[in-house]
Design a protein around this ligand. Structure first.
Ligand SMILES: [Zn+2]
Length: 433
């Protein structure tokens, strides 16, 4: 697979760290001068951005949280006047008030460079026809990839606000070779292709790039086998840019973080301590090129770990493991922390592929209860009661063994659980404490 920007993506660690330091110094100076939140914070700490001599100096600055950004809504975290802002995007607001993020001309150029790296690492070239099924609009997925794909010179089909059945027609008739979408969309696509009896041979797809949601390795295998293509993962979030923060290469063993744009750290979400290399914790990102909406040590809420071991693709950027879950999605059952991805892995192992599912949490007589609702295919559903009982029994046993909790399992017919992008898998009916 071609490397989009050899100079930066394969830079020696020493050169990269020097570049990071210079960009960090500029960013800290900019936020001190232009964002009142950081100005006041640095003054209170006695922190002088001019005295920063190493990346480690960053650790003297407290984390920026989503709450800080909410208080600053709409424009108080912007580091440029609005006349220099050429685009605004917004977070989804799934966990509270949405945030507005502003981009300057340079920010948009950088963002295009970043998503071009993602696409190139997934094998996209100017000869490709790329169907972008991420939503366009305030959500960053659509426009983020659109600009990167145009920079590469691929032919872009901006396809998001069309019903999936019609997207399949476009995919087939336009001979799309690349699909850029959320894993949920790919799961729906598989179902509808099957219903419409469209075979992968009728499509020209050879690559897919998934992002915006957590997914697992079994789902990759399933999509790769059923659609006969190669799938790579990528990661980003609106607050720090949008898609383009990190991306898989052909090795598919972790996502390279574009470290010339972002400095990653991993912390213990409870204590805020920096964790030793390789340990799983919350990802914290500092933007080091952004002009419109720079963020220092932003707590992403995403759980991952960092891999410093060099990758055989030649890129020198550090890798992060696939996002394990979001702190917001963490379920606490009788005092134990669990993530939907842990249940998803168990369901995948028992059912044989990743089913659509939902976790419903409730509390009765002070004891937490969990119901796992699982969609099973029509043939399983129509099968003997024996098969259904086996699935229920196996899920209960595995959850008990691996997560030390006894759930109730309900199997439901296909399409009974609504699929939505970024949909939380958890419905919590417990009253707030
Ligand atoms: Zn690599």
């Amino acid at each position: 697979m071609p490397i989009w920007n050899e100079k930066f993506e394969t830079m020696s660690r020493a050169e990269l760290e020097q570049e990071q330091l210079e960009r960090l110094q500029q960013t800290l100076g900019r936020v001190y001068r232009r964002v009142s939140y950081y100005h006041d914070l640095f003054n209170k700490l006695g922190f002088d951005p001019l005295e920063v001599t190493s990346r480690e100096d960053l650790r003297k600055i407290p984390f920026t949280t989503k709450e800080t950004l909410r208080i600053a809504y709409p424009y108080d975290m912007f580091a440029v006047p609005l006349r220099e802002v050429v685009r605004m995007q917004s977070t989804y607001g799934t966990t509270g008030q949405p945030l507005i993020v502003g981009y300057t001309h340079n920010d948009i150029d950088h963002w295009s460079e970043l998503t071009a790296r993602v696409l190139a690492a997934g094998g996209v070239t100017k000869d490709d026809i790329i169907q972008i099924s991420f939503p366009y609009g305030l959500f960053t997925g659509g426009l983020g990839f659109h600009y990167g794909a145009e920079l590469i010179g691929a032919s872009v089909i901006p396809c998001s606000d069309i019903a999936i059945e019609n997207q399949i027609t476009i995919m087939r008739d336009y001979r799309a070779t690349v699909l850029c979408c959320a894993p949920t969309f790919a799961a729906m696509l598989l179902e509808i292709l099957d219903e419409k009896s469209v075979t992968p041979a009728e499509l020209a797809l050879s690559k897919a790039l998934f992002g915006a949601e957590s997914w697992n390795e079994s789902f990759r295998t399933e999509i790769e086998e059923q659609l006969d293509l190669s799938v790579t993962d990528n990661y980003g979030l609106t607050e720090v840019m949008g898609p383009g923060v990190s991306y898989e290469c052909e090795e598919k063993k972790g996502l390279h973080v574009s470290e010339d744009y972002f400095i990653p750290e991993i912390i213990d979400p409870d204590s805020g301590e920096i964790l030793p290399e390789g340990e799983k914790g919350e990802l914290v990102l500092t933007t080091i090129t952004k002009e419109g909406y720079p963020l220092i040590r932003y707590r992403t809420g995403d759980i991952t770990s960092l891999i410093t071991e060099p990758c055989s693709c030649g890129r020198s950027f550090i890798r992060m493991t696939r996002v394990f879950g979001r702190i917001d999605d963490m379920i606490i059952l009788n005092g134990q922390n669990m993530f939907p991805t842990q249940f998803e892995q168990i369901l995948t192992d028992v059912v044989g592929k990743t089913p659509n599912y939902q976790l419903v949490v409730d509390r009765k007589e002070n004891i937490d209860q969990l119901e796992i609702q699982i969609e099973v295919s029509q043939d399983i559903f129509d099968d003997e009661v024996k098969t259904l009982n086996r699935i229920e029994r196996d899920v209960v046993r595995e959850v008990k063994e691996k997560l030390d909790f006894i759930p109730r399992v309900t199997l439901v017919e296909p399409r009974s659980i609504v699929r939505r992008m970024k949909q939380s898998r958890v419905i919590d009916l417990r009253k707030p404490e």
